[in-house]
Design a binder for this molecule. Structure first.
Ligand code: 13P
Length: 239
């Protein structure tokens, strides 16, 4: 499986931050590793400009969300087709911040993932339990339920799953390595051998190697540490 290291910039990044991409490429002497997919998901305002400037440099770009419809009267929304037109190859759907901030249900996430496939984008479908659900011993059941409700009904090897425990996002805390391995093995049973499964939640240069070495961890979805080229480069190197 070809590994994928994805950076989710969330609601961060102005045009003045574009040099971070330049610095990332420079960290690899202008030649990004060929055996790894490196993806940056910047805010939609930067996507087109960054993709036009850097997509030939071995960095791919993606959106952080999309609407399920291709176009129409949905003020403020961005469709998967628009992201593809701006140079995206991937789109994150169902991030826990959107599930909680915007009330996105599994059914909405599934519609967005299906829209991504329709537009020729690879959806990165995020799932993950809350701390209370883990404490109650329900983590695997919760994630299985989210997958059941959010996976597109069509096939697609390009579909990527990101396991992001809600309590590990932006907190500096991570599950134990055994817990990550167990969850990824459980997800593998559901999604099969041909789809990549990323781990996300407080991935940093200091813990990336031990996480990325685990069976069934095919890469990482990185938030905070993707904003600084030096940290993101260190995570890519760890892989
Ligand atoms: P952090 O890496 O900042 O914990 O964020 C993870 C995340 O939500 C990526 O989508």
């Amino acid at each position: 499986m070809r590994p994928l290291i994805a950076g989710n910039w969330k609601m961060n990044g102005l045009s003045a931050d574009a040099p971070e991409i330049e610095a990332l490429i420079s960290a690899f002497d202008g030649a990004m590793p060929e055996k790894i997919d490196v993806l940056i998901c910047p805010p939609a305002t930067l996507l087109g400009g960054l993709a036009a400037a850097y997509e030939d440099e071995g960095v791919q770009f993606g959106g952080q969300d999309c609407h399920s419809a291709p176009s129409g009267a949905h003020t403020g929304e961005v469709s998967a087709e628009m992201l593809a037109d701006a140079g995206a190859a991937f789109v994150i759907v169902g991030h826990s911040e959107r599930r909680s901030d915007n009330g996105e249900t599994d059914a909405i996430v599934r519609a967005k993932a299906e829209a991504a496939l329709r537009a020729g984008l690879a959806p990165i479908i995020c799932v993950g339990e809350t701390e209370a659900e883990r404490d109650a011993g329900r983590a695997e059941a919760v994630v299985a339920g989210q997958l059941e409700g959010s996976l597109p009904r069509t096939d697609g090897d390009e579909i990527v799953i990101a396991y992001e425990p809600v309590w590990a996002i932006g907190t500096g805390r991570t599950p134990t390595l055994d817990d990550i391995a167990d969850m990824h093995a459980a997800i593998r049973k559901i999604v099969g051998d041909r789809r990549r499964i990323l781990y996300g939640g407080s991935v940093k240069p200091g813990n990336a190697a031990e996480i990325l070495r685990l069976d069934d961890v095919d890469g990482a979805l990185v938030g905070g540490a993707s904003l600084k080229a030096a940290d993101f480069a260190a995570i890519i190197r760890a892989l």
